[in-house]
Design a protein around this ligand. Structure first.
Ligand SMILES: Cc1cc2nc3c(=O)[nH]c(=O)nc-3n(C[C@H](O)[C@H](O)[C@H](O)COP(=O)(O)OP(=O)(O)OC[C@H]3O[C@@H](n4cnc5c(N)ncnc54)[C@H](O)[C@@H]3O)c2cc1C
Length: 361
């Protein structure tokens, strides 16, 4: 059975919920006019999977969703619990009726200029799609010579559960972003020895990260997306905030950075100049890619590897909005993108014939 609906929102993280809120506010009814599908077991978007030691007090700045502040959150409580509870309350307050767990498997050209959304719970036929699937489901690990020969454990940030797992071990942490430094500072007191490895020398940022610095960082990512290049994370262009914990890590030597190693061996990692570090565990804090594999049948990708956007709209298909992608992959960006995407969807649906025209083009 195929269900017909105006708008399918894929993903109920910050970006998808923001879009759902704005759809509701402008008169779209959940269930009748739009549906939000999410394949996670509960509310919270990717936050529900973040490691328990990432307490709410340690996150960089969570912007509330539109229309309902996140107040009185206990900074000592895991952010996975705080955000999941907040999103749950939010979904109920605005009766967003998120349907879960539903895995969106493929979105392809449908009949009469509509999009065919194939899922684990059947098919929806939609006039527009707001994609808000984030990056958590696509952890990225670079390929390194000899990787498969390493006898120790390798894990990515997605599999990190806390520093206790590293007790007494020699550990390599790869990655110069916020996750890499947070992991390292946390696990160093437990591990027998640590090495921090990053591809590029880390850039530390003095002073507050104000609105102007934020805008400049977003503009950099935006420019890449406009050119159809694969987006970089917003965090990757903001630099690492030089807070007390980082200062202490630099002072103690935990954050003495080494360049990327050239190969892995059964016993550890090696550099071409003959240096080596024996290790029992390698933690890849090497980031994520956009989870957009289900959009592949629409052929939105440019030769540069990214999906070119005009605002939030896919340049190659005006029926598709991407929110939480590239420049809007932060909580504040996701909020704004949700509103912008709904404005675009309304314009498209009110334009009527624009739909089939676009599909035919
Ligand atoms: C470790 C870490 C810490 C961060 N800290 C901050 C911070 O402090 N401040 C900040 O602003 N940003 C932070 N970010 C960036 C953060 O990811 C974004 O701010 C924001 O939470 C992302 O929201 P989203 O809605 O785009 O994605 P997500 O929260 O990832 O939501 C995507 C949703 O889509 C669903 N989904 C994915 N694919 C499918 C599919 N095929 N079918 C159905 N459902 C699907 C998922 O289940 C998920 O619920 C952090 C990121 C990481 C990795």
């Amino acid at each position: 059975m195929t269900r017909e609906i105006d708008v399918v929102v894929v993903g109920a993280g910050q970006a998808g919920l923001s879009a759902a809120y704005h759809l509701r506010r402008t008169g779209f009814e959940p269930g009748r006019d739009f549906v939000v599908l999410d394949h996670a077991p509960g509310p919270g978007g990717a936050w529900q999977f973040r490691w328990p030691s990432l307490t709410y007090g340690k996150v960089h700045g969570m912007h509330s969703l539109p229309g309902m502040e996140l107040t009185r959150a206990d900074p000592g409580r895991p952010s996975s619990e705080v955000i999941a509870a907040y999103f749950d309350a939010y979904e109920r307050a605005f009766a967003l009726d998120v349907v879960r767990p539903v895995d969106v498997l493929a979105v392809r050209e449908g009949e009469r200029g509509r999009l065919r959304v194939e899922t684990s719970a059947g098919v929806w036929s939609a006039r527009a799609l707001i994609n808000a699937t984030g990056t958590w489901d696509r952890p990225f690990v670079p390929r390194v010579a000899g990787q498969e020969t390493f006898r120790g454990r390798q894990l990515h940030t997605v599999g990190y559960r806390g520093p206790e797992d590293f007790a007494g071990l020699r550990a390599v942490v790869v990655g110069g972003g916020a996750s890499g430094t947070q992991h390292l500072l946390e696990l160093a007191p437990y591990a027998a020895a640590t090495a921090w490895v990053t591809r590029r020398p880390p850039v530390f940022r003095e002073g507050p990260f104000d609105a102007e610095a934020g805008r400049a960082a977003v503009a950099l990512v935006e420019e890449r997306v406009r050119q159809g290049l694969a987006p970089r994370s917003v965090v990757s262009v903001t630099g690492l905030p030089l807070n007390d914990a980082i200062r202490e890590g630099l002072r103690s030597g935990v954050l003495d950075r080494l360049p990327m190693f050239d190969r892995m061996t059964p016993e550890g990692v090696e550099w071409a100049d003959g240096r080596s570090f024996a290790a029992e565990v390698v933690l890849w804090a090497t980031g994520f890619r956009a989870s957009v594999g289900h959009l592949a049948p629409l052929r939105l990708r440019e030769p540069g590897g990214g999906i070119r956007l005009v605002g939030t709209r896919a340049a190659a298909d005006p029926r598709v909005q991407l929110v939480g992608y590239g420049p809007s992959a932060s909580t504040v960006g996701a909020n704004r993108a949700g509103r912008a995407a709904v404005r675009e969807v309304r314009r498209l649906l009110e334009g009527g014939s624009g739909l089939s025209g676009a599909a035919a083009a």
